[in-house]
Design a protein around this ligand. Structure first.
Ligand code: AMP
Length: 183
C-alpha cells in the first residue's frame, strides 16, 4: 500500500439489519472505496453489513485492513475470506488499532457494537485526542434517534454545543464519498 493511500475506517453492523437499503449502502460504499483508490479499515468480519462493505471493496481490489480480536474470529469471520488482518487480544486494542490506521471514520447502520465504536471515537475527539473526521451515514434516517439523543445531551447541559461539530451527518453513501473527496 502507498503511504499516502487514504484510509477510511467503517463501523457498522455485524448483522444485515432489517432494511435492504442498509446492505445496499454497504455495497455502494465498498465499491466507492475501490473506485476512489482508498483503503478500507474495518472489523475484519465477513458477516452482515461489515462483510458486505469488505466484499465489495475487495472485489474491486481495494486494499483492506481488518482488525479483529481472537475470540471473535469464529463468530464474525467464519469464512476468513479477507487476508490483511491484525489480530488483537482485546476489543479495546481493536478499536485503537482501527482508528490509528484511519484518516476518517464512517458509521453505517449497526447495533450496540457500532454505537460503542462511534462513542469512543467521538469522545476521543471531544478530549482532543484526535481530529479525524467522523461521519454518521444516515441511511433512510437510521441515525436520527442518535442525533436527537446527542442534541438532548447538549440541551441538558451535559456537553458543549461543540460536540455537535465533531461529527457530520450525511444522508447517503454518495454524500459521504463526495464530502471525503473534497477534504
Ligand atoms: P454491532 O453493531 O453490534 O453489530 O457490532 C459491530 C461490530 O462492533 C462487531 O464487529 C462487534 O464485534 C464490534 N464491537 C462490539 N462491541 C465492541 C467493543 N466494545 N469494542 C470494539 N468493538 C466492538
Amino acid at each position: 500500500m502507498n503511504a499516502s493511500t487514504f484510509s477510511l475506517c467503517v463501523y457498522c453492523g455485524a448483522r444485515p439489519g432489517g432494511n435492504a437499503a442498509f446492505l445496499e449502502a454497504a455495497r455502494t460504499l465498498g465499491d466507492a472505496i475501490s473506485e476512489k483508490g482508498w483503503r478500507l479499515v474495518y472489523g475484519a468480519g465477513d458477516v452482515g453489513i461489515m462483510g458486505a462493505v469488505a466484499e465489495a471493496a475487495s472485489a474491486g481490489s481495494a486494499p483492506t485492513l481488518g482488525v479483529i480480536p481472537t475470540h471473535l474470529m469464529q463468530a464474525e469471520a467464519p469464512r476468513g475470506a479477507f487476508k490483511d488482518r491484525i489480530i488483537t487480544e482485546t476489543m479495546h486494542e481493536r478499536k485503537k488499532v482501527m482508528v490509528m490506521n484511519a484518516d476518517a471514520v464512517a458509521v453505517l447502520p449497526g447495533g450496540a457494537g457500532s454505537l460503542d465504536e462511534f462513542f469512543e471515537v467521538l469522545t476521543w475527539a471531544q478530549l482532543g485526542l484526535h481530529s479525524k473526521p467522523i461521519y454518521l451515514v444516515d441511511i433512510e434516517g437510521y441515525w436520527q434517534p442518535l442525533v436527537a439523543l446527542i442534541d438532548h445531551v447538549i440541551e441538558n447541559g451535559f456537553a458543549d454545543e461543540s460536540l455537535r461539530d465533531l461529527f457530520q451527518v450525511v444522508p447517503t453513501v454518495e454524500a459521504l464519498v463526495s464530502d471525503l473527496s473534497r477534504s
